[in-house]
Each structure stands twice: as structure tokens, then as C-alpha cells.
Design a protein around this ligand. Structure first.
Ligand code: GAL
Length: 808
């Protein structure tokens, strides 16, 4: 080998060794460990559960995230009431015994909670670290002064969700989000200590401004420099910048650095191409990297215009969003990234591009996913300020905690490119009260001090000019909840102001249940003094039932489409959620508002949005084709990419229909006869799509399909298995409610089961489920060992089915 090459090779090796050393030191400099495993839990009365010496060997072992309410029994007598999901609350204690290496003695150790519902007290080795009443806020405690380095430590958490009702929807109870143990050096970037903005963006170049807060906890002044590198999505450094050496002040002071870095020809973040960069900041003292910190970056610019509406990267578009609560259906409130990702995938496939985190700060994973998948987020802070509906909700804590909670939310979330609107409150009763003139500006100032790159709104159910929140001048976007009929007069009411539909629609549907005739809108209650009564507490899925304050899906979308200044909408809701079972109460225990049911099965109206909001060719016909002979059945079709649809019954044409004007569906009234209903959509005479529905016979067999057959062996990943009850010819039996039993062998467990029925009181945490309108769901969760998973479904009198999954 020629000497030059040898020396190059040597040099390369040396560089590699140096890199490895630097890297391994860099890793030591900040460590963030998943702290979810190996907790003990007790829901019985515990005295002094914080004492380090307490014997907790008899407590239940579990891994976080954990929601104890979802494991309980539904009862109308639970203090949460059906509005809160009818599940039990209580006081729960969590403890974890852990060791911290002696080698960390000169470092700082913190515990980060992403969210605990609610009123949590935390102790380390018997020392009380603090109390946080807000069940949705993320918080950190420092453990350093109280730790036994090299020895045993006990962290204890008391969670008090006993005093209810404290929520208008299902909250869940417990340490339901992730927990992290963070170790840093004494000079390190502070908690949520970076702030990225992109003050100038063009196709040619973007200026990325990074503000970095370095905290010095050492006893002396320290000299350090900062180096920041921007990595593109392929992991290549595209630009870098740094600071001149700076000297920190004395102990416990924060040093602010501001660095501008230029990115040439930036890939812009958009809802269709959510391109993400990564910003890696190193704090260097002498030759040592004392801290390495990563901040997400999406380069985009957006604008709300009073007349033209919303634009992203200079292109006009509408925010087509949904509101969602935080529960994950049968999994309860316990955060699971895959479950959340599945929800977002289902919404994305519908054409949805926006999420409102109603009505509280979300799990951080939601924002990571929205960054990655291309959703525009309205990040909401509060459902109440100083009073609202529930006797024991956050209003009890608002005065003392709102500043801290709101600051923490903004600091945590302001680097996410997906977040484009802050909301300081939902349907705050004080919009009718002069106190809003004081509180709204105060909240808006808290937000603006920490982030002035995003507009602030509030979700108002009184859009009239008498509204004191709007009157206060604190909000940038006038947010309307409902009142679609008043959109047209927005500019005469609020000249020059910018509009956002913070909450819309409120259609009510049960998946798979239909009432004829379909072409009259039913307002619930049909009369205020009369309850809404239907067999099985069902609501017809023809998009023709709505509460008095909302509109149907079609009616709302027709208005939204009409005016450019209507910058965007957030439909109530994307998914059904636990609690608030409008228009019923007990025995119903979950909502009917979702475009998708609680199990994740789309209702028919999902396809109306898909036909309008995506480029995908759509032809969806419904209802099912099992009726009494001679009944007049309305057949609806949602379609796009076609000029007409022809419907055939048993081969005989029932005529061609076309949408006219602002129609969003077409309809045939058909005298039922069993057989095959076939729809054909055509454009310029050419067939675009064909759909068939057959009259189903008796239930004969089970069909299983998994959304993913290969899952990660990480103890968290999920496979969602759809269970269908079919007749002997393979048609879904629309009224099938067979009880299906599940068996699982191998490296996974059944995490929960569901069928989307808002009235079922069966536990979600068992291995059986009745089908509901022919469908059920089993959620399988990987263990930590890789291997094969055999899943079987059986039901009396039906041919069983099995699936083989793999975890790796
Ligand atoms: C809204 C409210 C939501 C939900 C919805 C039901 O007024 O903001 O939280 O209650 O009504 O339609």
C-alpha cells in the first residue's frame, strides 16, 4: 500500500477513534432514559406511600404509561358520571425503586413527567418534590440533592383523581404518559432551553434563528462555546453555526445565546411533504462537549389573511382539521405512539390535515407525529378559566396555576413546525363577563412573551360582538365554535379581522345503523322536552342527526367551501371518544360525534370527506343491503372524479344520478329486494369505479385482518386486528353481534378489545368481544422478546380464523 494512502487511512482511523470518543462522551453528557418500566402500583388506601422504607412488595407490578380507570367497571354511579366516561377514579400510588450510578455524582439528575392525571404529588427518598394539579401538563423535578448515588432510591407518586366530576369527557387516571430520567452535566442546556424560529424563508434560502439557554450549576464561572449543526432528513449536515466563547455567570444563572444559521435551498415543511431537519447543539467547554441537545426543525412560513384565508409557504389552502380528545378508545388515556399514529393515518387517508388538541396540551408524541406526518396543530391550553361546568374541574386551580401551566405548554411545544395556532381556551363562560377583559390579554401576553410567531385564538361559542374575549383585542384569530349560519356576516361584524372555525359540525352517528327516510334533518332533541329515543341508543348514520348547536357534516362543509376567508375548520370530532354520549346518557358511555368510531372503523361520512378532501378516486355506497322486502330504502353515494353514477339492483338499472349545485351526495329511493346492489361511476362515459353490496346470509365465519403483521418487539408496539363476521359467501353480516373469543400464544398479549358500540359495558381489557354491526377489534401488544404470535378467533357456530404475526 503506498505510504500516502496508509497515512490517510491512519488519519481516517484516528478521526474515527476521536469521533467515537467524542461521541461516547457526548452521550454521557446528557442521557435521557425511558423510565416507564418496573413501577409498583396501589389503588387501595395507602398511608404515607412516600416513605422510602415502606414495603411495596405486595403492590401490583406494571410498566407505564398506565390508566387505571380504563381497567374499571362502567357504572352510572361512578362519580365521573357518563359525561366523564362512567369509569372509576380514586387515589392511586406509584413507586419505583432504582439505582443511580456512583459515576453520575457530579452530574444533575431530573425526572420528567409528560402528564399525570391529575393532582400529582411526587417524592424522592421521602422528600416532597412538588404538586401539579393540571392533568395534561408536562413537568420536571430535579432529584440530584436527594439521591443516593451508587445506591437505592425510591420515587413515589400520589395521583388524586378521586374528586369528580372534574372533566366534561373521559380523562383517565394515573401516570398515563411517559416518564423520563434525564442526566446532564452542570453546564447544560436548560429544560426546554432552545427556541427555533425561521424569520426569513424563501425558496433560495432560510434564516434559522436559534436561541439557546445554557444553565450553569457549577460553583464557578465557566467558559463555553456553542456549536449548532443542522442535519437534513438524510442525516447530512447542511449548515452550521456557533457562538464565540462566552462566560457563564455564577451558579444557577442562565446564559442566552442567539445564533443565526442560513440554510440554502431549504426543503419546506408542508402538509403533503412534511420535511424535517434536525438541529443538534453542542455546548463545548475547553475541548469537551459538555452537552448535546437536539431540536426538531421544519422550515415553513404561513399566514392568515382576513380576506384570502390561510396560506402555507405562499400557497392558499384551507385547514381541514378535526378536534380530538386524548383517549385512545379501548386503550384508555394511556399514551401509545402506535395507537396515536394509527388514528392520524386514518385521518390522513380521509384528507384531514389539521388537529385541534381539544381542550388541553397534548402528549408530546402527538406533536412529534404531526411534525412527521404533516398536520397543522391548534394547540389548546384550557377548557375553563375561573369557572365552568364541572364542580371540581381545573377552575379550582386556574388562579394559582394558569401562568405556570401556560408557560410550560408554550416552552415545550414552540419548536414544533406543526403547531401553527395557540388557543387560550374553549367555550370559556367568561366570554360573557368583563373578567375576560382582564384574563384574555393576560393569557395572550404570557404566550406572546414566549412565542410571537403564531397567532392566538380562543374557541368562542358566542361569536357576537358582545363577547368580551373578542372585545378584549387579545386574540389574533377570531375563533368561532359552530354558528355556521353566521359565517357570511363575519366581516360586517368584525371588519378586517381574521377568521378560524375553531370547532364545527357536531354530526351524530352510530356506525352501521340507518333510519329511513334519510333526507330529513333531525335535530336532537327533536323537542327540548322530549328525549331522543332509538332502539339500542343508536343514531342514524345518514349524516342527518345533529344537536341544536351544531350542523350536519355536509351543511358545514358546504359553507366552509364557499368563502375564501374561512381559513380552516376543526370538526367535532375525528374519532369517537369516551364520555359525553350526546344525544343520550346512560347506558351510553361514549360519544357519537366521531367521523370514525371508537374502535377506529370509519362511519360512512368519512368517505364524503375523502371524496372532497383527497385526490383519491372515491365511490362509497351505503347502507347495507339487508332489509324487509318492499321497504323503501335510501341508497346514498359519495363519489368524485366522475360525472355520474348509475345504480343497478340485481342487474336492473335504477337510473343515473349526478351531483348538481353544491351537492355532496346523490340518493336513490329503492324498493328493497334481496340481491346485489351495484354502483358504477363514470367520467366521459368511461368507468371510474364499481362498488357492490350483497344481501348477506346468516353468519358463517370469521375473517381476521391485521393492520401490521410485523411489529417491533419493544413491549409497546401494537397490531390492530379487525374481526369481521361473514356469511358463507364472504359478505359482512350487517347486524351480526356474535360473541368472539380470542386466544393468543407467543410473544404478545391482547392489550384491549372493542367494537365501536357506545353502549357496551363490557370491559375493554378482556379476550372476548361481541361484534357490533358485523365488526370487532382486538389490539395485540408486543412483548419484549422477538418471536411468533399466533392469534385465533372463535365463536359458537362460526368457522374460526387465525393469524400469524411476528415481532422483531
Ligand atoms: C362543544 C364543546 C365540546 C363538546 C361539543 C359537543 O360546545 O366545545 O367540548 O362538548 O360541544 O358537541
Amino acid at each position: 500500500m503506498p505510504p500516502l494512502k496508509l497515512s490517510l487511512l491512519k488519519h481516517g482511523l484516528l478521526c474515527m477513534v476521536m469521533l467515537i470518543c467524542l461521541n461516547s462522551f457526548a452521550q454521557q453528557s446528557r442521557q435521557t432514559i425511558d423510565f416507564d418500566k418496573g413501577w409498583r402500583f396501589n389503588l387501595d388506601a395507602v398511608n404515607n406511600g412516600q416513605l422510602p422504607g415502606l414495603n411495596d412488595a405486595g403492590w401490583r407490578s406494571l410498566n407505564l404509561p398506565h390508566d387505571w380507570s380504563i381497567e374499571g367497571k362502567f357504572s352510572k354511579d361512578n362519580p365521573a358520571t357518563p359525561e366523564g366516561g362512567a369509569l372509576p377514579g380514586g387515589i392511586g400510588w406509584y413507586r419505583k425503586t432504582f439505582t443511580v450510578p456512583a459515576a453520575s455524582k457530579n452530574q444533575l439528575v431530573y425526572i420528567d413527567f409528560d402528564g399525570v392525571y391529575q393532582k400529582s404529588d411526587v417524592w424522592i427518598n421521602g422528600h416532597h418534590l412538588g404538586f401539579r394539579p393540571n392533568g395534561y401538563i408536562s413537568f420536571r423535578y430535579e432529584l440530584t440533592p436527594y439521591l443516593n448515588f451508587g445506591g437505592k432510591n425510591v420515587i413515589a407518586v400520589k395521583v388524586d383523581n378521586s374528586v369528580q366530576p372534574n372533566s366534561r369527557w373521559y380523562s383517565g387516571s394515573g401516570i398515563y404518559r411517559n416518564v423520563w430520567l434525564v442526566t446532564t452535566n452542570k453546564v447544560a442546556i436548560d429544560h426546554w432551553g432552545t427556541y427555533i424560529t425561521t424569520p426569513e424563508v424563501s425558496d433560495a434560502s432560510a434564516t434559522v434563528n436559534l436561541k439557546i439557554q445554557v444553565k450553569n450549576r457549577a460553583v464557578k464561572r465557566e467558559v463555553f462555546t456553542i456549536k449548532t449543526s443542522i442535519y437534513n432528513a438524510a442525516g447530512k449536515v447542511v449548515s452550521a453555526g456557533g457562538s464565540i466563547p462566552s462566560k457563564t455567570d455564577l451558579q444557577d444563572t442562565v446564559f442566552e445565546n442567539s445564533i443565526d444559521i442560513t440554510v440554502k435551498n431549504p426543503h419546506l415543511w408542508s402538509v403533503n411533504q412534511p420535511y424535517l431537519y434536525k438541529v443538534v447543539t453542542q455546548v463545548i467547554s475547553g475541548k469537551t462537549i459538555v452537552d448535546t441537545y437536539t431540536t426538531p426543525l421544519g422550515i415553513r412560513y404561513f399566514n392568515f389573511d382576513a380576506d384570502k384565508g390561510f396560506s402555507l409557504n405562499g400557497k392558499l389552502m384551507k385547514i381541514l382539521g378535526v378536534c380530538d380528545h386524548h383517549d385512545l378508545g379501548s386503550l384508555g388515556a394511556a399514551i401509545n405512539t402506535r395507537a396515536l399514529e394509527r388514528q392520524l393515518q386514518i385521518l390522513k387517508a380521509m384528507g384531514c390535515n389539521g388537529i385541534r388538541t381539544s381542550h388541553n396540551p397534548p402528549a408530546p408524541e402527538l406533536l412529534d407525529l404531526c411534525d412527521k406526518m404533516g398536520f397543522i396543530v391548534m394547540d389548546e391550553a384550557f377548557d375553563c378559566w375561573e369557572w365552568k361546568k364541572e364542580k371540581y374541574d381545573y377552575h379550582l386551580f386556574f388562579k394559582e396555576w394558569h401562568k405556570r401551566d401556560l408557560e410550560d405548554q408554550i416552552l415545550r411545544d414552540r419548536n414544533h413546525p406543526s403547531v401553527m395556532i395557540w388557543s387560550i381556551g374553549n367555550e370559556i363562560p367568561q366570554q360573557h363577563d368583563t373578567s375576560a377583559l382582564r384574563i384574555a390579554p393576560e393569557l395572550a401576553n404570557i404566550v406572546r412573551k414566549l412565542d410571537n410567531t403564531r397567532p392566538i385564538t380562543a374557541a368562542n361559542n358566542n361569536p357576537d360582538t358582545s363577547n368580551k374575549i373578542i372585545k378584549s383585542g387579545a386574540i389574533d384569530l377570531v375563533g368561532y365554535n359552530y354558528h355556521e349560519g353566521e359565517y357570511a356576516k363575519f366581516h360586517s361584524r368584525y371588519p378586517g379581522k381574521k377568521f378560524i372555525a375553531t370547532e364545527t359540525t357536531s354530526g351524530l352517528e352510530t356506525r352501521g345503523y340507518y333510519e329511513m327516510p334519510s333526507d330529513s334533518i333531525r335535530i336532537w332533541p327533536e323537542r327540548w322536552d322530549k328525549p331522543f329515543i332509538r332502539p339500542g341508543n343508536n343514531v342514524s348514520a345518514f349524516d342527518n342527526v345533529r344537536p341544536p348547536w351544531g350542523s350536519t357534516h355536509e351543511a358545514t362543509w358546504k359553507v366552509m367551501k364557499k368563502y375564501d376567508f374561512l381559513s380552516g375548520m376543526f370538526i367535532w370530532t375525528g374519532f369517537d371518544y369516551l364520555g359525553e354520549p350526546t344525544p343520550y346518557s346512560w347506558p351510553s358511555r361514549s360519544s357519537y360525534f366521531g367521523i370514525v368510531d371508537l374502535a377506529g372503523f370509519p362511519k360512512d361520512v368519512y368517505y364524503m370527506y375523502q371524496s372532497e378532501w383527497t385526490d383519491k378516486p372515491v365511490l362509497h355506497i351505503f347502507p347495507h343491503w339487508n332489509w324487509e322486502a318492499g321497504k323503501a330504502v335510501d341508497v346514498w353515494a359519495y363519489y368524485n372524479h366522475a360525472d355520474e353514477v348509475e345504480l343497478f339492483l340485481n342487474g336492473k338499472s335504477l337510473g343515473i344520478k349526478k351531483k348538481t349545485g353544491d351537492d355532496l351526495h346523490i340518493m336513490w329511493r329503492v324498493k328493497f329486494e334481496p340481491g346485489t346492489l351495484k354502483a358504477v361511476s363514470r367520467k366521459d362515459g368511461k368507468v371510474v369505479l364499481t362498488r357492490e353490496i350483497h344481501t348477506a346470509g346468516a353468519p358463517a365465519k370469521i375473517e381476521l385482518s391485521a393492520d401490521r403483521k410485523l411489529i417491533a418487539a419493544d413491549g409497546k408496539d401494537l397490531s390492530f386486528i379487525t374481526v369481521k363476521i361473514l356469511d358463507k359467501d364472504g359478505n359482512v353480516v350487517p347486524d351480526a353481534d356474535n360473541l368472539v373469543n380470542f386466544k393468543i400464544n407467543g410473544e404478545a398479549v391482547i392489550a384491549s378489545v372493542d367494537n365501536g358500540d357506545p353502549v357496551s359495558h363490557d370491559s375493554f381489557k378482556v379476550n372476548y368481544r361481541k361484534a357490533f354491526h358485523g365488526l370487532a377489534l382486538a389490539i395485540v401488544q408486543a412483548k419484549e422478546k422477538a418471536g411468533v404470535i399466533n392469534f385465533t378467533a372463535t365463536s359458537n357456530g362460526l368457522q374460526s380464523a387465525s393469524l400469524v404475526l411476528t415481532s422483531k
